[in-house]
Design a protein. Structure first.
Length: 134
């Protein structure tokens, strides 16, 4: 397969962004070590919890948010390791500047939010709307 035929899902966030971080600094927390490791994993191999971690740390947003939105469109309460909807909550905390730069993805997220009828997520959704007025 030529370079022009590489499937983006076969690449890692590190490869997509063309920004190798190297090894985590000595004495790093488990979270920092995890983020470094997950950035090197092919995107297709990232589980919901991996996506939740990376997005909550605002790492790899450009390649990962569209992928996560596709998964949330199928299952708005996609669950990482904590509770149903924790992946959506991570997405809701993506900075407003990202949504301003990607209005098509904001529209997709609004459709996901509209399909959620989960009282436990209401405060997170309200916070998102307050920080990201239409």
């Amino acid at each position: 397969m030529s370079e022009s035929q590489v499937n983006p899902d076969d690449l890692s966030v590190e490869q997509i962004e063309d920004n190798p971080w190297g090894e985590p600094p000595p004495g790093s927390t488990r979270l920092v070590e995890s983020v470094h490791r997950l950035r090197r994993r092919p995107v297709r191999d990232l589980e919901p919890e991996d996506l939740r971690v990376l997005i909550s740390q605002q790492v790899g947003l450009d390649p990962l948010v569209p992928r996560v939105l596709t998964q949330l469109e199928v299952d708005p309460l996609l669950e990482g390791d904590f509770y149903p909807g924790d992946v959506l909550v991570a997405v809701l905390k993506v900075p407003a500047a990202y949504w301003s730069a990607h209005p098509d993805q904001r529209t997709r997220l609004e459709r996901v939010i509209a399909s959620v009828d989960e009282p436990d997520l209401k405060a997170d959704i309200e916070t998102f709307h307050a920080a990201n007025p239409m």
